[in-house]
Design a protein around this ligand. Structure first.
Ligand SMILES: *Cc1c(COP(=O)(O)O)cnc(C)c1O
Length: 344
């Protein structure tokens, strides 16, 4: 079964593999042709996520990228514009899909260190109704963003500002359930100010495939047409939806364990010389590595089968905790990292 040389894979929470019990649920799924609206398991998943997020309807889609694109196309027409963070997944990490496939102009704004967009910047970016300008239609926020939880008061203020200007609000909530578990707040409460919310099943929840976009019945009916156009209409998709249902039943509360593991990892790494560690809100730990040791430290981790995402010449690392790295794996990784500190 092991196909990777990595013993401890902290690159992303997307690397989780479906467990035996999840696979059993997939194998047993009742299915039909979902493009005809006939797949009972997909319908159950869509209803379950809609309920969890506190919206009227849900739409099961193959990926978070497609979910965000569908949401943008649901709110914006050709020549419209959405306000979004420079660091937002739906601006920076989705291959420019909104512009290429939606003819939607992004208006990116700087994210502050806590992931927020300054309210004054948002207000200044909203264009007046004038033929010189694209029509500003939507504010897109992300929670968690880089593993950070957006302050709840900020979210309320930003979405209220957007609504005063008749903008719709979309939340990229790929890891919204991490925020909900970490805060002890229902996901529906965090999702309430938004018209549409996208949630990933294939990150910390451990399903192999899929996201759900939730919103009003009218928005999801429009979204369903875009999903078909973008090639996201799937047939006997109940085998995939069953994994999502299993994940929602078994893998939500346990996200707290990932968060505890991330804190332990952060505390352990912070003790090592040459590393600057950002205290994690949820399951993502960012580590700054002194340039003098960066290549050697990266090589040491790789040699010992530890996978992390390294950028900027290995001076910035991202470690993500998830279902497939338990507390023992974190301790093992810390002991390997501290070996490096002792040797150098
Ligand atoms: C992973 C992720 C997505 C995209 O999900 P894919 O299924 O990989 O396309 C969108 N937004 C955020 C914040 C993510 O972390």
């Amino acid at each position: 079964m092991e196909t990777t040389a990595l013993k401890y894979d902290f690159r992303s929470d997307t690397v989780t593999r479906p467990s035996a019990a999840m696979r059993a649920a997939m194998a047993a799924a009742e299915v039909g042709d979902d493009v005809f609206g006939d797949d009972p398991t997909v319908k159950r998943l869509e209803a379950r996520v809609a309920e969890l997020i506190g919206k009227e309807a849900g739409l099961f889609v193959p990926s978070g990228t497609q979910s965000n694109l569908i949401a943008l196309m649901t709110h914006c027409e050709r020549g419209d514009e959405y306000i979004v963070g420079q660091q937002a997944h739906c601006y920076r990490w989705e291959a420019g899909g909104a512009a290429v496939l939606g003819s939607i102009q992004p208006q990116p704004l700087e994210n502050a260190a806590d992931g927020t967009l300054a309210l004054a910047d948002i207000e200044a970016a909203i264009k007046p109704d004038d033929p010189h300008f694209a029509r500003t239609r939507l504010l897109a926020l992300e929670n968690t963003i880089g593993g950070k939880i957006l302050p709840t008061g900020y979210v309320l203020a930003a979405t209220a500002l957007a609504k005063r200007h008749n903008l719709a609000c979309h939340l990229d909530g790929a890891r919204l359930l991490n925020a909900a578990v970490a805060l002890g707040t229902p996901a529906a409460t965090l999702a309430q100010p938004f018209d549409t919310v996208s949630v990933c099943l294939s990150k910390g929840l451990g399903a192999p495939v899929g996201s759900v976009l939730a919103g009003s019945k009218a928005a999801i009916a429009r979204a369903r047409r875009w999903r078909k156009m973008l090639g996201g209409g799937m047939r006997q998709a109940g085998v995939l939806a069953a994994a999502g249902l299993y994940a929602l039943e078994h893998n939500v509360e346990r996200l707290a364990q990932d968060h505890a593991n991330a804190r332990a990892l952060a505390q352990g790494l912070a003790k090592l010389p040459g590393l600057t560690v950002t205290e994690p809100d949820t399951n993502i730990v960012f580590v700054g590595v002194d340039a003098a040791i960066a290549p050697a430290f990266a090589a040491h981790l790789a040699q010992h089968g530890i996978g992390v995402v390294s950028t900027y010449g290995s001076t910035r690392q991202r470690w993500v905790t998830h279902l497939d790295v338990d507390a023992a794996a974190v301790q093992e990784a810390l002991s390997i990292a501290s070996q490096f500190a002792r040797q150098s």
